[in-house]
Ligand binder design. Structure first.
Ligand code: ZN
Length: 514
């Protein structure tokens, strides 16, 4: 493995110039990120109008710097200068990835960027109203405009005309190099193996004990427990924060200032704890990035799916496993008071693994979650390809929910109006959730092979070996590899649904007696 030497960029003046121009734009972006965090956590409501003007101004300035013709010239010179270096050399990676960013930023005409932003902001409002009233007709013209604009956007970016499709050009913004064909090649076998498992779970006589999910605990005590667990698994509170917000997220300005949020539900400890561990997975990825490469691609996360692999790994692979539950049960007794006396570690474990098909993606369990994502992928792919008219979306949605989850969707509020993504113009985003889940399982399976005694350590509260392994193998690599290649480098095999299915089957079959 190549060792990253921060000093290497200083060796080639052309690279140094391109990197320093790009760093200026990224510095501005990281400033906006802190203002965005503040808006969600601390800012009084009265600040909203001025804050949105501040953010719009920063976005304009950043876009100007990121598309500056001088950066384009510097990149051309840097490309010549790195041509002889090995492909995964840090300087060459930085130049390659800066070129990717520059091209994406410059390929869209300014009028299209503006139209997308203004349509998305109205569409988001119309979507929120439409969802409240379960009124698809209200949202329909806006989604039609968003699909049309995204098809224009795809034309601007371009895609492989021989074997690709326009969806690829959109997904590339979230998951560089991702194509619908590759996603379908992983999702097909996933569904083929997941469906019979879910059918068996549905017909099982034995059910896990979910009573721990219905017991009230003080929310402040839950927050203290969450902070304790996040610190124990490895989040560095000297270089980050954990606050509350309505929608949990992980942001911040750079690896030494990571801002996470969580939320707590009075009647379900595992909701808040799962969300805190999820965000901590994101947060530790950010903290694990190489500080020497701040504001350059070598110091940035690979893609949304790899980011999500880190959150799902801690939330699901670790957090829903018996060794972790054994340890966290002790921490719960300490932080949650006498209410915990009636619950055993086994009950915590079973409550964390109840499988129940439902209508709402964000409430879904570890097993059914991926079905929700596969439905959205099929539908957005068809809309962008022009094979599904927006007017036919509710019917198509409901049909797929019957096929994939065996559910009859009662209304569009609990159907095709539930997610914010499409209204915000984000098409090509959804698959990254499941790709992240699959990457998490494959990474974790490899870590277990390479680190003997790993899970016995979890039962004692020792998470350091896993955290250090992830930092070395994934975080410190920055954007050296695209996600597919990174998976192969770390695990020795291309991404597959098998490790995830092995993980689920090993856990759920004994629990449900199937
Ligand atoms: Zn996440």
């Amino acid at each position: 493995m190549t060792t990253v030497l921060a000093a290497s960029a200083a060796g080639i003046p052309a690279v140094e110039r391109a990197v320093s121009l790009a760093r200026e734009a990224r510095l501005l972006g990281s400033t906006a990120a802190i203002l965005g965090w503040d808006q969600e956590t601390m800012m009084p409501g009265g600040g909203l109008g001025h804050r949105s003007r501040q953010l719009a101004q920063l976005a304009r300035l950043e876009h100007g710097m990121a598309t500056d013709v001088r950066l384009g010239e510097a990149l051309a010179a840097a490309e010549d200068a790195v041509r002889a270096l090995p492909e995964d050399h840090a300087d060459r990676v930085n130049v390659r990835e800066l070129r990717r960013d520059f091209d994406r930023a410059t390929k869209l005409p300014a009028d299209l960027v503006e139209e997308l932003a203004s349509v998305a902001s109205i569409a988001q409002h119309e979507w929120a109203e439409a969802r409240k009233a379960s009124d698809f007709a209200r949202f329909r013209p806006w989604l039609e405009r968003i699909v049309a604009l995204n098809r224009r956007k795809a034309e601007c970016f371009g895609w492989d005309r021989a074997s690709g499709e326009p969806w690829d050009a959109l997904a590339d913004g979230f998951e560089p190099g991702c194509t619908a064909r590759e996603v379908a090649a992983v999702f097909g076998p996933l569904r083929a193996r997941l469906q019979p498992l879910l059918d068996a779970v549905r017909g099982a006589v034995r059910r896990p004990d979910g009573s721990f999910n219905e017991h009230p605990f003080d929310v402040d005590a839950q927050e203290r427990l969450g902070r304790f667990v996040c610190g124990a698994i490895g989040f560095d509170f000297g270089r980050g924060r954990l606050d509350r917000s309505t929608h949990p997220f992980c942001g911040g300005s750079h690896c030494n200032d990571v801002r996470m949020t969580s939320r707590y539900s009075p009647n379900c400890v595992l909701d808040g704890l799962g969300s805190s561990m999820h965000e901590t997975g994101h947060g530790m990825y950010e903290q694990g990035l190489d500080p020497a490469w701040v504001s350059t691609p070598m110091g940035e996360a690979v893609s949304l799916s790899i980011h999500e692999s880190q959150s799902r790994l801690w939330e699901n692979q670790v957090g829903r496993g018996m060794p972790f539950c054994r340890w966290v049960h002790g921490a719960m007794r300490e932080h949650l008071g006498s209410g915990m006396d009636r619950f055993t570690a086994q009950q915590v474990f079973e409550a964390a693994n109840v499988v129940e098909p439902g209508f709402i993606r964000v409430d879904a369990d570890e097993a059914t979650y991926n079905m929700h994502v596969m439905v959205r992928f099929e539908l957005e792919r068809a809309m962008i390809a022009g094979q599904l008219a927006v007017a036919d979306l509710p019917g198509a949605w409901n049909g797929l929910y019957r096929d994939y989850l065996g559910l009859t969707v009662p209304d569009d509020r609990r159907g095709c109006l539930q997610d914010v993504h499409w209204s915000g113009g984000m098409i090509g985003y959804f698959p990254t959730y499941t790709l992240g889940t699959l990457n998490a399982a494959q990474f974790f399976e490899t870590a277990r092979q390479e680190l003997p005694g790993l899970e016995e350590g979890f039962a004692r509260g020792d998470f350091r070996p896993l955290r250090e392994w992830l930092t070395a193998k994934i975080h410190r690599q920055g954007r050296r590899h695209l996600s597919g290649r990174l998976c192969e480098v770390v695990t020795g095999a291309p991404l597959s649904a098998d490790p995830f299915m092995r993980h689920l089957e090993a856990k759920l079959k004994p629990m449900y007696g199937i």
